[in-house]
Design a protein around this ligand. Structure first.
Ligand code: VG1
Ligand code: CO
Length: 893
């Protein structure tokens, strides 16, 4: 018989507890840490709390093992029970599977066998150890034989015998074992959907100490629920049917459902309710009060375009989100079920994290790269099938990453607030049919999914077996703002899709942050000219809305501001290598040195570039390159020129990623700001920004953070924000100008900064497209050599510490390991190696070099000269030539 081979395994039963305790060494470690008693129960028994009076009883009884039992009623007669073995008076447990057929009437006699096992067990660990020792490492439990099918979800699949052991059966192994009768409240198992729906309904309440108890309004009698076992067997079935909420059952005596009926929190059931649907598709029970009635929904209109279909799929390898979402070749994303698996895995993880996706809105937008429009339609259909009821999409599918964050945080009304967003971007990675595509999920505060969520997503991708979609959901016209509502025939179920402005929300937020009139005055000066290169990415519309719309700059100031789905064949990466056109215009070489300017040409005073999804920035002055690390430090040092910070009493904290230069550290020190060093990737800054709001800890906002990779931002959103950084620079520049005085330039601001704080010479070498295996070996080697490298000397350089960075999140306590190999030299210089987490294929090795120079006289060196003697040291330390076959970087920034 054909079946999924993955089902061909056998759960050993909870009797495996004892072997697990022994095999993992846990029993010994518990004993050696002085733990004497163990309480175990079935995880579905919500009545099994650690009751101190029972513990006291157990401890004083001196018994080695104690079982909590309840008195059997007619309903319990089929289940196992406690018995006394005649030969030695030992208590034993008997399961129905252990009973011979002819003995069944006796087995079921509740007068003869009065007690059943709740599986709440109290065990003396020292006695357990004695038994384990006696039987050579295991507890001799009786075997139970169960008849099952190989796929438990499919009753027609191959019949199999499942052998298992039960942990309660160990009672017969402990001489002197005892049992006590407990109240039924200690036994509240949730075995079937019937129990679960009841528990989730208002028939139960949760006490202050988190115990679910029957609602007093039920007068001690829980409603009797009987759901069609064909339609509600698995939790997922019930979840689908109750995705719009669980009905009110507090005044219900009996609820019976035959066939697949969808419910909602608007259904109020009183008395005896009987719902029937004999049609072949799910029917929606109208949201109203029902009293003592039989409702036949067979002929009711179906879900129409909202009818979800479950499509079977199987796990696809390698769907682990990296530094910033999942990025792969577009062709891979287009392959069967690839995007679908990831989206379903994400939605499942989001729901499991406690988010109610049927309330509020789901936002979708991206950087406009190839496959964006198709992906949006796929996600819309899947979102509707998963119960999302309101979807916002950026016009033409375009939303920059910071704009997504702003919309999630700012857009109302309150009851429509976004619970999360899908961002379709691979940021600076090239786009097109043969290049990269990407997707990432951001949560309800506009923050990139934290590691616990991305880990859950990844775990789901490894077990996924089906995804939900609504094939009948109409294609959405995303070419202009507007809204459509898709409903079922009876109009009691609807999904609203709204196409919203790409730029409005974000521009409104920026206007609140910066001194727009001051910036406008600066931009209007005759001696000031700027250009902004959007690199054919999503930033164009924002740049135009702000610079042309708000400040009145001519279109010519906007370079490459029409988004293209392949970024015009380039890398939309704002750095000296890839923003060639801009760099040349600003009078610079690709290593950031000033070019001789031919007479008669005028160089703008200010140049900026953005990446594909608009979250990163490069700042240039007239023939002057500002490194991102310096940019962060300068913005932090001058933050109070920006109304957002000044109006909140000034900047409070700064944070940088580990490989980012230490320039901002000096600003933090001097201005007495809180300072944080995080791993690469914006998700680590989010917790710092929400320390108070989400974790009730010290408030670190307002906060500015940045990365060496041309990313800068603040707590106005939960992403880095390219245009924010550009406006921050312009606002600071504007604040430095004095009436009637010559223009204060970008270069003079930076040089002044260096002369005050010293200069951190800094650069990054990227080795793209390296062999993954070789690159990993190279890191393993450096990891293994940490000790040996500590203290090593290279000319005048001495390695004070060689280690691997790991981050203890001060807010949520999580630990992120393997975040970069660091060589910290005794003179403060650093060499760092990391593997990129955004490469769509192959491996990208990043090498970061840094040297601090306090002496103003030495601030005029080129970066290459200043760091020249560190380069051979770095190459020797990593030996990339041996491992990856080259030592020439593909990009230097
Ligand atoms: C790179 C950068 C990192 C940035 C990330 C996402 O990550 O180094 O600083 O946060 O890209 O930026 P990695 O793991 O490749 O070094 V974006 O604008 O490309 O989403
Ligand atoms: Co980006």
């Amino acid at each position: 018989m054909q079946s999924n081979r993955d089902n061909e395994w056998c759960p050993p039963g909870h009797g495996d507890l004892y072997s697990a305790l022994v095999g993992t060494g846990r029993l010994d470690s518990l004993l050696s840490s002085g733990i004497k008693y163990m309480f175990v129960s079935n995880s579905d028994n919500l009545g099994a709390t650690l009751d101190l009076s029972i513990l006291t009883h157990f401890a004083t009884s001196d018994a080695p093992f104690m079982m909590e039992c309840c008195v059997r009623t007619e309903n319990d007669k089929k289940g196992g029970h406690l018995a006394v073995r005649e030969c030695d008076g030992q208590l034993i447990l008997r399961e129905s599977a252990m009973c011979a057929d002819e003995d069944t009437p006796h087995f079921q006699n509740i007068e003869k066998y009065k007690y059943f096992n709740t599986n709440n067990l109290w065990i003396r660990l020292d006695k357990l150890k004695e038994i384990v020792n006696k039987f050579d490492g295991f507890v001799p439990l009786p075997m139970i034989k169960n008849m099952k099918t190989v796929d438990p979800k499919d009753p027609d699949s191959q019949k199999v015998v499942q052998l298992e052991t039960a942990m309660g059966a160990a009672i017969e192994c402990f001489e002197g074992a005892t049992a006590i009768t407990v109240n039924r409240t200690r036994f509240a198992p949730v075995k079937k959907s019937d129990d679960l729906i009841l528990l989730r309904s208002d028939a139960y309440t949760i006490t202050d100490d988190f115990r679910p108890v029957l609602n007093p309004l039920c007068n001690g009698k829980a409603p009797i629920v009987s759901l069609d076992s064909k339609c509600y067997k698995m939790v997922g079935d019930l979840e689908k049917a109750t995705r719009y909420g669980v009905p009110s059952l507090v005044n219900c005596t009996r609820l019976t459902i035959k066939g697949e009926v969808w419910l909602s929190r608007r259904c109020i059931f009183e008395g005896d309710i009987n719902l029937v649907n004999t049609s072949s598709e799910p029917k929606f029970c109208p949201g109203r009060l029902f009293g003592n009635s039989k409702v036949d929904l067979t002929a009711a209109p179906g879900l129409g375009p909202l009818k979800p279909v479950s499509v079977s799929t199987s796990p696809i390898e390698g769907q682990k989100p990296g530094t910033s979402g999942l990025r792969k070749k577009t062709k891979i994303f287009q392959s069967e079920n690839y995007l679908q698996n990831f989206v379903q895995s994400t939605l499942n993880a989001v729901v499991a994290s406690g988010t109610d996706i049927t309330e509020g809105s789901l936002l979708i937008g991206g950087d406009g790269r190839f496959f964006n429009p198709e992906a949006i339609q796929i996600i819309v259909k899947m979102a509707a099938a998963n119960g999302v009821r309101r979807i916002w999409i950026g016009e033409n599918g375009l939303l920059s990453t910071p704009a997504v964050s702003a919309i999630v945080r700012e857009r109302g009304p309150v009851w429509q607030r976004a619970f999360g967003a899908f961002i379709l971007t691979a940021s600076h990675n090239p786009g097109g049919p043969d290049e990269d595509f990407g997707i990432k999920y951001n949560g309800e505060h506009g923050q990139p999914a934290v590691e616990s969520v991305t880990n859950a997503i990844f775990a789901n991708t490894k077990t996924i077996s089906s995804y939900q979609t609504c094939p009948g959901f109409p294609e959405v016209d995303i070419s202009s703002p507007g809204s459509v509502t898709v409903t079922n025939k009876s109009k009691d179920l609807s999904v609203a899709v709204e196409v919203i402005s790409t730029t409005d929300q974000h521009v409104a937020l920026l206007k609140n942050i910066f001194d727009f009139p001051a910036i406008k005055a600066l931009l209007s000066r005759d001696d000031f000219a700027m250009v902004y290169d959007s690199m054919h990415g999503v930033n164009g519309p924002y740049a135009r809305a702000v610079f042309c719309g708000e400040f009145g700059l001519p279109e010519e100031a906007m370079m490459n501001s029409t988004p293209k789905n392949d970024f015009n064949g380039g890398h939309a990466d704002p750095n000296l290598t890839y923003a060639k056109e801009l760099v040349a215009k600003l009078g610079l070489t690709k290593t950031g040195e000033a070019l001789p300017v031919p007479p008669g040409t005028s160089v703008p005073n200010f140049g900026a570039a953005a990446d594909g999804d608009g979250d990163r920035n490069m700042i240039l002055g007239n023939s002057f390159f500002v490194t991102p690390s310096d940019s962060l430090a300068v913005i932090a040092a001058n933050a109070n020129a920006i109304p957002f910070f000044a109006s909140q009493g000034g900047l409070k904290s700064v944070a940088r990623s580990m490989p980012t230069s230490g320039a901002v550290d000096r600003v933090a020190k001097e201005l007495n700001l809180s300072f944080f060093e995080t791993p690469t990737g914006w998700k680590f800054f989010g917790n710092l920004m929400d320390s108070k709001a989400l974790f009730g800890k010290e408030d670190f906002c307002p906060l500015i953070c940045g990365e060496e990779s041309f990313g800068t931002g603040s707590n106005h959103v939960r992403e880095k924000d390219g245009i924010w950084a550009v406006l921050a620079w312009l606002n600071i520049l504007a604040s430095k100008q004095r009436a009637g005085k010559p223009l204060v330039s970008v270069e003079s601001i930076v040089r002044k900064h260096w002369s005050h704080y010293g200069r951190n010479y800094y650069c990054r070498y990227d080795y793209e497209g390296m062999d993954k295996v070789g690159a990993n070996k190279m890191f393993d080697k450096m990891r293994a050599d940490r000790q040996a490298n500590t203290g090593r000397k290279f000319g005048s350089y001495e390695i004070a510490t060689a280690d691997e960075f790991q981050y203890h999140d001060p807010i949520d306590g999580s630990v992120s390991k393997q975040q970069g190999i660091r060589f910290l030299f005794s003179d403060g210089s650093r060499i760092i190696f990391r593997l990129s987490g955004t490469a769509g294929s192959g491996a990208t090795v990043r090498c970061y070099l840094e040297k601090y120079e306090p002496d103003v006289e030495l601030h005029g060196l080129t970066i290459a000269d200043a760091l020249g003697d560190l380069v051979p040291v770095a190459l020797q330390l990593c030996d990339i030539k041996t491992f990856c076959g080259t030592e020439t970087p593909t990009v230097i920034t």
